[in-house]
Write a protein that binds this ligand. Structure first.
Ligand code: ATP
Ligand code: MG
Length: 159
């Protein structure tokens, strides 16, 4: 069974709609038209998306924006992005951000919970799907996490 990226992103936003509304965070979903459905372990990719959006909610202030985007990347990949306008991550922490238990909260004013496992689990799940995950961030600007998922072309479409 394949998954429609569109529906998958709508459903993540729905799962967090209460928190998003409570914190007055604006959500934008932007999915390229005509994207191929993907063959994925939906529960696992939901776990990735839930962690990314919950991170964005934790570190984005009132009236911020979280964008969920997806577009085709090369011929064989779909890139899924979760982008926020939150506090960001200081540059020196970024290289370790996918390590197990790594958190940068000592440097934060807001005190929010977590174990520091979410991103390392996300990376394992994305890798198991053959994709990769990366994070870009700028202090006081926001954070952008992108992961890729392979498109499984039908036999007849293969060169
Ligand atoms: P868990 O996901 O296990 O509940 P966690 O959210 O602390 O705990 P990760 O999801 O692995 O762990 O994130 C690691 C750290 O990276 C976070 O503690 C936080 O300091 C930083 N971080 C992650 N996402 C963001 C974001 N969108 N904006 C700012 N900082 C972030
Ligand atoms: Mg997390």
């Amino acid at each position: 069974k394949t998954t429609s990226i569109d529906e998958m992103l709508e459903e993540v936003a729905d799962r967090f709609s209460f928190q998003l509304r409570q914190r007055h965070i604006h959500t934008v979903i932007d999915v390229q038209k005509g994207l191929d459905p993907v063959l994925i372990d939906r529960d696992k990719i939901d776990q990735v998306l839930d962690n990314l959006i919950s991170n964005s909610i934790k570190y984005t202030g009132e009236n911020g924006t979280i964008r969920l985007e997806a577009h085709k990347y090369d011929r064989d990949w779909i890139a899924v992005t979760v982008l926020d306008t939150g506090v960001g991550i200081p540059r020196k922490h970024i290289s370790r951000i996918f390590d197990r238990f790594y958190r940068v909260d000592k440097a934060r004013s807001r005190n929010v919970g977590g174990t520091g496992l979410g991103l390392s689990i996300a990376r394992e799940i994305v890798k198991a799907h053959g994709g990769s995950i990366s994070l870009e961030s700028e202090t006081n600007q926001g954070t952008k996490v992108t992961f890729t998922l392979p498109i499984h072309h039908k036999e007849s479409e293969q060169a």
